[in-house]
Design a protein around this ligand. Structure first.
Ligand SMILES: *Cc1c(COP(=O)(O)O)cnc(C)c1O
Length: 375
């Protein structure tokens, strides 16, 4: 890292991500495929770097949210199959075909649009059918009264010319949450998914090479739901309440430095809004990270960061480019000292809770201004 970059940076440990990959791999059944979710720039860790690593480690599949993300990977030399989880407008069919991407199909109308492009161009694409089993987002509705028609729509989609139905999947709403209610909900989603698959086989003779549903929560809590492929994201990066069971390691350390340190008397207000007032003689450090770097302003005054000499409570409003921390009891911390905002020592879960959000959002919020430094 050059000195210019030594303001605020994200240290990415590919070694930790490799460790996590291997830990998850050895936890899932033999023969089960591994899809690494690398959408949103691999949860902020750098999609191309992480994808190259996963390819090298022997992952079977990658998933991204949209066509642009998929193109970035293919252009960057990734040869693994790539599943696009979100919608791709049918006018981009030829890009899907040229790059060999796998497109999610979420209803019959879209299947027909892709198919008519396929026929028009004389090309084919691989598709995965997405079933809505209770997430109520994308996917063929198949619950209750809609079971027969949902299954029929899926069957019709699979039989359209130009669409090679390789896979079928669903997504869980509460597999990462504890409690009986959530367990019942997840099992219900899983059982509906299985009934849809059986009906497609039994009634229409349609089967899929890759059936998948296990996101991070399911990989940890519902190992019997692994089916043909697991689909973890957060877990791969070593975060979440469940990362402990597999002894996973954080992929990112969000780091900053102390820019300056000043002494104030008792009764001095600090930062915008004057919300924090010193109640003693205080030694206050200005850290070179703010909300424009991805430090959530909502956590102002409610979090603390890691220094080599102990936790430093953050005080006053977090500004765009800086924030303040109380170093009164940390006299060893000097100008230029490194501070970990989250990562190995400062728990991302606590920072997320302080900001009223989840680790996912914090990881995706580390901005472009923050250089990623790969170890
Ligand atoms: C984002 C996403 C995942 C990964 O979720 P995690 O909770 O990070 O494991 C899996 N499947 C789909 C469809 C997704 O959108």
């Amino acid at each position: 890292m050059n000195d210019l970059q030594k303001r605020t940076w994200a240290e990415i440990s590919l070694e930790n991500i490799r460790h996590n990959y291997e830990a998850i791999r050895s936890d899932i059944p033999k023969g089960c495929r591994f899809l690494g979710v690398v959408k949103a720039d691999a949860y902020g860790h750098g999609a191309l770097r992480v994808s190259s690593l996963l390819q090298q480690c022997g992952a079977d599949y990658l998933a991204v949210s949209c066509l642009d993300e998929a193109v970035e990977l293919r252009d960057g030399g990734i040869t693994l199959p790539i599943l696009i989880l979100g919608h791709t407008p049918p006018q981009y069919f030829s890009v899907l075909a040229d790059y060999g991407f796998t497109q999610t199909v979420t209803n019959l109308a879209k299947a027909r649009e892709y198919s008519s492009e396929a026929v028009r161009l004389g090309r084919e694409i691989r598709i995965h059918i997405k079933v809505d089993t209770g997430m109520s987002r994308l996917g063929f509705l198949c619950d209750g009264d809609l079971f027969e028609s949902g299954v029929e729509h899926i069957a019709s989609s699979c039989r359209l010319p130009g669409l090679l139905a390789e896979g079928i999947y669903t997504h869980f709403a509460v597999s990462d949450e504890t409690g009986e209610e959530n367990r019942v909900f997840t099992e219900k989603q899983f059982s509906l998914f299985q009934r849809v698959i059986s009906a497609l086989q039994g009634k229409y003779g349609i089967s899929f090479a890759i059936r998948h549903c296990a996101n991070s929560g399911a990989v940890v809590h519902y190992p019997h739901m692994a089916l043909d492929m697991v689909r973890p994201g957060l877990l791969l990066y070593g975060y979440g309440d469940d990362s402990g069971r597999l002894a996973l390691r954080p992929g990112m350390r969000f780091m900053t430095t102390v820019s300056t340190i000043k002494h104030y008397g008792k009764g001095t207000s600090i930062s915008y809004g004057c919300h924090f007032v010193t109640d003693r003689h205080s030694r206050i450090g200005v850290l070179a990270a703010g909300y424009a770097d991805g430090l959530p302003r909502a956590a102002s005054g409610k979090c603390s960061f890691y220094t080599s000499f102990g936790p430093a409570p953050q005080v006053g409003s977090i500004c765009m480019d800086m924030c303040m921390a109380d170093l009164t009891d940390l006299y060893e911390v000097k100008v230029g000292s490194e501070v970990e905002l989250f990562g190995e020592h400062a728990d991302i879960g606590r920072l997320a809770a302080a900001a009223g959000t989840i680790p996912y959002e914090l990881l995706c919020s580390v901005t472009r201004r923050v250089p990623r430094i790969y170890k």
